[in-house]
Write a protein that binds this ligand. Structure first.
Ligand code: SF4
Ligand code: SF4
Length: 419
């Protein structure tokens, strides 16, 4: 299987990207797909490992490793290499409900534990997945299933994010009559409003929703269950209910003045920006010429950096509470690598600002307010100490520093479902 010499004949390539300063001029996807020859060479790097860690969803040191969908990765890598793209797509669709979503936004756990990464770089699995699904759409290999035999049962799904859509699709395929309720005006949950357009263009989400509609799923927008429609009424109407409401309730910043003008939660900021973009209206939170501080160092914080860069903020600073990761990975394969990475949004903000915008082991100590608006923050350095069997955060003395701030974006993770 595979090209026997592919893994040492070809080095890993990443898709080319538009230059940072060019791509922040708009909210479009900035990746340039591989040409066909490069795509097949990249797929040929797969060694068809006897134990393919890439597709074996499991836990190593209590962390997830390998593709959570158990995608048949070596099989479709091989078929791409052979140029049998339709067959490859058929293997992909066996396990992946929406490869166009995962191919764009999945953190690619498969690549983190690919055997090729032991002494060189991993196979470009995510790019291969995206290539296949786009090929499938382009060649109409993906068609709405219209011959589903109905089983007479009715189910509703609350929430049209990726999990709600996956549940709806599976149930519909099994013959249930499915209705999806969504509180927003557009479907897709975080795929539509939480993740910026440059990371997944919204036409891609709409394309799949339209397909699901054609397959017989009913979508109802602008309906908040528990407010616009009672759960009891749903139990009357449907045989069962699936709750797929997501975890968009943000962890708050527990400080005085944390609700004054100029302080935003990341998902509210990102959602509003995408909605204004799609509606073609002025941005509600335009950060042009503002001093922006983002608290948090995860994917959502990174998306906020990218969005602030597109607004041409005057300054962008990202505060990460954790220690700066090492430049070289310190954990052995197949653990998820522990090393400093610079994602697309931080890279763009770094380029725009001319320096690394990240401050590690740093958090906010005080919010400074004038006339009901944030004007600055005092930050401080902290460290994690292990005492009496517990980890606690301790201040580092004499590290308090003032930063001007017109907009503070809180991206400190999520703690549950928003009611
Ligand atoms: S990128 Fe695709 S194959 Fe890899 S972990 Fe994500 S869903 Fe699985
Ligand atoms: S671990 Fe890497 S090289 Fe091995 S089968 Fe999976 S993708 Fe191919």
């Amino acid at each position: 299987m595979g090209k026997p010499t592919g893994f040492f004949e070809f080095q890993r390539k990443n898709k080319e990207e538009l230059d940072c300063l060019k791509r922040i001029e708009n909210f479009n996807d900035f990746h340039i797909p591989f040409d066909l020859k490069t795509q097949q060479e990249q797929a040929s790097r797969c060694m068809n490992c006897g134990v393919p860690f890439c597709q074996s969803a499991m836990k190593v040191n209590n962390k997830n490793v390998g593709c959570p969908l158990s995608n048949l990765i070596p099989e479709w890598n091989h078929l791409i290499y052979l140029g049998l793209f339709e067959e490859a797509y058929k293997r992909l669709e066996k396990t992946a409900p929406f490869p166009e979503f995962t191919g764009n936004v999945c953190p690619a756990l498969c690549e983190a534990c690919c055997s090729c990464s032991i002494n060189t770089e991993s196979v470009s699995v995510r790019a291969n997945e995206l290539f296949l699904i786009e090929k499938a759409y382009e060649n109409s290999w993906i068609k709405p299933k219209l011959d589903i035999k109905r089983n007479g049962k009715k189910v509703c799904v609350i929430g049209s994010g990726p999990s709600g859509l996956a549940a709806a699709k599976r149930l519909n395929d099994y013959g249930f009559k499915v209705t999806v309720y969504e509180k927003s005006d557009r479907f897709g949950g975080l795929l539509m409003y939480g993740i910026p357009n440059m990371k997944i263009e919204k036409r891609i989400v709409d394309r799949r929703i339209n397909l699901l509609k054609e397959e017989g799923i009913t979508f109802i927008p602008n309906t908040k269950v528990g407010y616009d429609i009672a759960v009891d009424d749903l139990y009357e109407e449907y045989d069962d209910i699936i709750f797929a409401c997501g975890t968009s309730l943000a962890r708050p910043l527990a400080l005085k003045n944390n609700d004054v003008e100029g302080i935003l939660y990341a998902v509210d900021f990102l959602s509003s920006t995408t909605k204004c973009l799609l509606d073609g209206v002025d941005f509600k939170y335009n950060l042009k010429d503002k001093n922006v501080i983002i608290v948090g160092g995860g994917d959502t914080a990174n998306d906020c950096c990218a969005t602030a860069a597109r607004f041409k903020a005057k300054s962008i600073t990202e505060l990460e509470i954790t220690k700066e990761p090492p430049l070289e990975n310190t954990l052995p394969w197949p653990n998820y690598p522990n090393k400093k990475k610079t994602d697309y949004g931080v890279l763009e903000a770094n380029t725009l600002m001319g320096h690394d915008i990240r401050k590690y082991q740093t958090t906010i100590d005080e919010i400074v307010v004038e006339n009901g608006k944030i004007v600055g923050v005092y930050i401080k350095k902290v460290e994690f100490v292990f005492e009496n069997g517990k980890t606690k955060i301790q201040n580092i003395e004499n590290t308090r520093e003032y930063l001007p701030c017109d907009c503070l974006i809180i991206a400190m993770g999520f703690i549950g479902t928003k009611s």
